[in-house]
Design a protein around this ligand. Structure first.
Ligand code: ZN
Length: 92
């Protein structure tokens, strides 16, 4: 069986390192799996573990993170009315 080396797209036998890439890398790094990335490639700029979401939102948007979404009473009345109309429609 063969697979395509993720680094150089060359066909390599399963269970062995890519002969082309293993030459390019220093010995210690070549011992790693070829699909593993260098720690220096972790430049995703993701927030830390202790990222404070509420603080972030407060800074970004300048107000409290969560505003209460209130549904006024007449929408409940509309919902009940529609439900009643549908039930009536079923039995006519
Ligand atoms: Zn390769």
């Amino acid at each position: 069986m063969k697979y395509l080396c993720p680094t150089c797209d060359r066909e390599v036998a399963v269970g062995s390192h890519c002969p082309r890439c293993i030459k390019k890398k220093p010995r210690r790094k070549a011992a790693r799996k070829s699909w593993e990335q260098e720690p220096s490639a972790d430049g995703l700029d993701l927030p830390d573990e202790d990222f404070d979401y509420d603080d972030f939102v407060a800074r970004e948007f300048g107000h409290a993170p969560h505003r209460k979404i209130g549904i006024t009473w007449y929408w409940y009345a509309v919902a009940l009315l529609l439900l009643a109309l549908m039930l009536i429609g079923l039995f006519i």
